[in-house]
Design a protein around this ligand. Structure first.
Ligand SMILES: Cc1cc2nc3c(=O)[nH]c(=O)nc-3n(C[C@H](O)[C@H](O)[C@H](O)COP(=O)(O)OP(=O)(O)OC[C@H]3O[C@@H](n4cnc5c(N)ncnc54)[C@H](O)[C@@H]3O)c2cc1C
Length: 291
């Protein structure tokens, strides 16, 4: 199929993009990498009256490190995230996750802003935004606001973004020194969307966990944090028993659906297996032991 006819604006500035979005009154769509939007247009799942192409706004593509935080522009490509030396040094879990995002050709065009706004339940960047307590920078003609990741993703392909708003940047707080991490994903083939994935960070001092975070996808309409498991892992050293307690807490709280790609039982099995492996790896890294 071909898309329904639409107008096209190559926006030269943030202001002109926001003005066009506001004028469209809910009928406009931002075009970033186009890797999700173009198929949706071709299948006529979306029928915007105008596409507002933000690719000419070069100042929306950057990765900047400041004290304690990393800020990333909405138009930053997946491949730039994957190959950033700054991210590899300061947020290696993001570098590791990016290798699981689609194929190189798609990573060359797809953007962090597009991935967050598309909010696919099996996408890596929304899950990491949730894990890392990202603050999502949002602009409209009325000004700037930020949304915490846990308030941004509200359903499959659904965010809290207003019709006249666009995402401009993402702020990722850095993890404390002594933080171990792990990213584990299961997909049928390299480059496919995940069947399930788990991301873990563990910050430790004197062989005791001071903070544990665990995010999952493939078991709900949005990525999820495993708060009960995080609490069980905190304030202790991690051994096999601690891992099994955390995994049991995860199994008790998730209720995946059966779909074309996997049964609910298989997803439940996967999430437990991935969590077991990820907690162990993150703990080893936190203790300075190579996984
Ligand atoms: C074959 C294939 C496999 C894929 N596999 C994976 C995978 O394994 N993991 C994964 O995470 N992704 C995967 N993707 C999706 C890919 O990562 C996309 O790049 C991403 O989902 C969307 O980014 P984009 O920049 O291309 O956004 P676009 O396609 O341009 O836009 C997507 C949506 O977000 C909106 N939007 C874009 N930018 C903004 C903004 N700044 N503000 C407001 N709204 C905005 C658009 O209007 C549209 O609704 C795959 C895609 C394909 C085609």
């Amino acid at each position: 199929m071909k898309p329904v006819a639409f107008d096209y604006l190559a926006a030269e500035s943030l202001e002109s993009a926001l003005a066009a979005l506001s004028q469209a009154g809910g009928d406009g769509k931002i075009l970033a990498g186009g890797q999700s939007l173009m198929p949706m247009l071709n299948f006529r799942l979306v029928r915007p009256s105008i596409l507002i192409d933000i690719n000419p706004i070069a100042r929306l593509a950057y990765i900047q490190g400041a004290a304690g935080t990393i800020r990333i522009g909405a138009l930053t490509r997946h491949h730039a995230l994957e190959t950033s030396i700054l991210l590899k040094a300061r947020l290696p879990i993001l570098t590791a996750a990016m290798r699981h995002v689609a194929h190189l050709a798609i990573r060359n065009r797809g953007t962090i802003g597009g991935s967050l706004c598309h909010a696919d339940p099996a996408a890596e960047l929304p899950m990491l935004a949730l894990l890392l307590d990202a603050k999502i920078g949002i602009h409209s003609l009325k000004g700037r606001r930020t949304a915490a990741a846990h308030k941004f993703f509200i359903g499959a392909l659904t965010t809290s973004l207003g019709d006249d708003e666009m995402v401009t940047d993402v702020e990722l707080p850095e993890l404390p020194p002594g933080t171990g991490w792990a990213f584990e994903e299961a997909a049928r083939r390299t480059g496919d969307f995940a069947l399930a994935a788990v991301a873990v960070t563990i910050s430790a001092r004197d062989a005791t966990v001071i903070e544990a975070r665990l995010a999952m996808m493939g078991v709900g309409e949005t990525p999820l944090r495993a708060h009960a498991a995080e609490a069980l892992l905190t304030g202790r050293a991690i051994d096999a028993a601690a891992i099994e307690e955390a995994v049991a807490a995860i199994e008790a709280t998730v209720a995946p659906n059966t779909d074309l790609h996997a049964s609910a039982d298989y997803r439940q099995f996967l999430i437990a297996a991935l969590a077991r492996r990820a907690i162990d790896t993150a703990w080893r890294r936190a203790c300075g032991v190579p996984p």
